[in-house]
Design a protein around this ligand. Sequence first.
Ligand code: PXL
Length: 275
Amino acid sequence: MKRIVSIQDISCIGKCSETVALPIISCMGAETTILPTSILSTHTAFKNFTFKNLSDECYKIIKHWKEEKFEFDLIYIGYTGNNEILDLVLYFIKEFKTKNNIIVFDPAMADHGKMYAGITTSVLEKMKEVCKIADYIKPNLTESALLLGKEYKENYTIEEIENLAKELKKLGTKNVVITGVEKENKMGAIGYDGEKYYSNFETKYNASYHGTGDVFTSSLSGSLVQGKTLEEAIKIATKFTTECVRLTYEDINGTKYGVNFEEALPYLLKLVLQK
Ligand code: PXL
């Protein structure tokens, strides 16, 4: 069985990071191990959230894993939050990168033109260091602009987004996937592997929920580790994320602090199993 290590926070309530990566990647048939880099009472969109940095403990965990000679087919890095945790991520990669494993980096730090509470632009340089050694990076449009030192815009043409992907690739990553892309009143993602662009667009709902990026990157990683192509992985991740958004949008009594990914898992399985 393929093994992924998911390196991100535990937001105890909030349906993001580890609490969505675990069920989604497990559902896709890969072992999901976790390196929880911090623990928060909720994700940072709530007021007065608590935050405990766990990087000291993570260095001890890494030491033990090295002694046990564990290896990972895919290293998935999500929300980090600060430079200390980014240093931990860089150290993890140095210790566990092999010739064959895949590094997927979601530079989760901002959305809709704004950085998440508690994050500052001081993380950008280390974020770029991770981009340099990643196989795939998955920024949204705000994160793309931040990584490139450009002003964020409300509206982009597809050509402009393809150019952003091309510039992001120059950071060193082998592949780029940009999410939150609108085209003809649909919503989707554009991927770039240095040669070709791959995209998929699905129904757009007039709503925005926390955790959609995490649901997307989890299903993208679950696809890539099973040998799917970038094009196939983008299709699975956009379709699954859209289904999560649809279920959340249509359930008037559901939570709005994260998406209803749980009831979309049977659909994800169908996507994974179909050829
Ligand atoms: O979904 C991204 C994310 C992950 N982790 C924490 C967050 C957020 C987004 O706000 O606050 C703690």
